[in-house]
Unconditional design. Structure first.
Lengths: 104, 348
């Protein structure tokens, strides 16, 4: 059922920019259509491209913000979330706490 | 007249002709409008719904560009429920990398805030480790579940035993006491998980035990928001209206009993929730067409007044998704596409 919704109506998560749009909604309280525009502007893509896995894989690779198939040396997990925070100019709770705990 | 494949609310297949399908849609929207005192769907809405339901294809989707966000309740629990033997961090990774999830939720199998309290220090390191290796936003979630606070599971007299004996005052006092305890537990566990780095806290199945359950969730949300102004809180409902188990409970001057989604969302926003998850129950003996028109009527009214993002619940047994452990793709995709295209919503 989760897969059915993901294909019928979802943004595709990391296959596109679903996780990024969700982060903006969660941290800034934006409606989805506003959050999509915000993310598209920050990534330099069109709103329609946010769910295109081919385009978004290139964008995610270029910006080092995490991708479905992790290449050697690319940012993964919390490393990618540091880059997401910077790229989207949003607060990410675990990144802030990582920075504090690691005394960075 | 051509026959159209459809289903009942429990997933049982049936066939309808064109006239019958349209009659089901009209009956569904009229039922919702009558109950919630909201507008019925327009002729254009019904025509759009008809086209989705009459599609000969097995799978239906929204148009490109109209996709929405997906949040999940009881996230990691569902992997274990189907007998897949992976731990919870692996379950999160499966959703993230394989199932196209935009967000995900970490949760415990005993999915209520009360039992979390004594084990929260065991839950925190799991979340902290999960946050190191995942990318998508992670909620930590559980249910307020006020039923756990009355005897024999909890300390207070059971309102369900008091009410049939005419002890209304005693039942109300008991419910008021459970609210205080539940708020304490939700704020305690929610604070701990937020301080471990959770991207959001999910209060799931809110209102399952009636108006006291809803009140406890609103009060806990308000307290968490005051404590952590940047916290993201999702309030996901249990049913389509608030059961008046107490009957007189209010949140900031609004009586809670009997409220439907379009009124619930106002209170969720007032309490400080970031996302609201309204619910419409699926009726197993009515058709998918009836259920879908009915669900969309409730949700459309909610979407029109919502000032915060809404993610209508579309899991098994709600949002016109059949009450079945294995909801058919034809029904789920039609419900998903119709809800997303006709309601001013943000996610599912």
């Amino acid at each position: 059922m989760a897969i059915t919704h993901a294909h019928a109506s979802g943004m595709g998560g990391m296959r596109g920019a679903g996780d990024l749009v969700a982060r903006v909604q969660m941290s800034k309280g934006m409606r989805t259509w506003e959050a999509k525009q915000y993310v598209a502007d920050k990534l330099g893509v069109a709103v329609a491209e946010l769910t295109d896995p081919v385009i978004m894989t290139e964008v995610r690779e270029d910006m080092n913000i995490g991708q479905i198939t992790p290449l050697p040396g690319c940012a993964k997990g919390i490393e990618a979330k540091f880059n997401i925070q910077k790229a989207l100019d949003i607060q990410i709770n675990c990144v802030d706490r990582f920075r504090k705990r690691a005394a960075i | 007249m051509a026959k159209i494949f459809s289903r009942y609310g429990d997933g049982t297949p049936l066939e309808l002709d064109e006239k019958e399908l349209m009659e089901e849609l009209h009956a569904g929207t009229e039922d919702a409008a009558d109950r919630a005192k909201v507008s019925t769907l327009t002729d254009d809405d019904l025509k759009h719904l008809y086209e989705i339901l009459a599609s000969p294809y097995k799978f239906v989707s929204v148009e490109p560009g109209k996709e929405v966000l997906l949040t999940y309740d009881a996230g990691t629990l569902k992997i274990r429920r189907v007998g897949v033997n992976v731990d919870r961090i692996q379950a999160l990774q499966i959703y993230e990398k394989i199932m196209g999830a935009d967000t995900m939720e970490l949760c415990h199998v005993d999915y209520s805030y009360k039992p979390l309290k004594p084990i929260v220090t065991m839950e925190q390191p799991i979340l902290e480790q999960a946050l190191l290796s995942t990318h998508i936003p992670l909620f930590y979630g559980a249910m307020p579940n006020l039923g756990l606070y009355s005897q024999p599971d909890g300390p207070f007299p059971n309102p369900a035993e008091l009410l049939p004996n005419g002890k209304i005052k005693e039942a109300r006092e008991s419910l008021e006491q459970t609210v205080e305890e539940a708020v304490r537990d939700i704020v305690f566990a929610g604070s701990a998980m937020y301080e471990s780095g959770a991207d959001g806290i999910n209060l799931d199945s809110v209102g399952a035990a009636g108006d006291a359950d809803f009140l406890a969730s609103l009060m806990a949300t308000k307290k968490l928001k005051e404590k952590y102004p940047d916290i993201c809180i999702e309030i996901g409902m249990a049913g389509e209206f608030i059961l008046g188990m107490h009957g007189e409970l209010e949140f900031e001057g609004t009586r809670l009993a009997g409220l439907y989604a379009h009124d619930q969302v106002r209170l969720a926003a007032q309490a400080g929730a970031t996302i609201f998850g309204p619910v419409v129950n699926t009726n197993t003996t009515e058709t998918s067409a009836w259920n879908l028109a009915r669900a969309i009527t409730f949700m459309k009214a909610c979407g029109e007044v919502a000032e915060i993002p809404i993610h209508p619940n579309m899991g098994m047994g709600v949002g016109a998704v059949p009450v079945n452990d294995h909801p058919p793709i034809d029904s789920v995709s039609r419900a998903s596409a119709a809800m997303t295209s006709l309601v001013r919503l943000d996610g599912l």
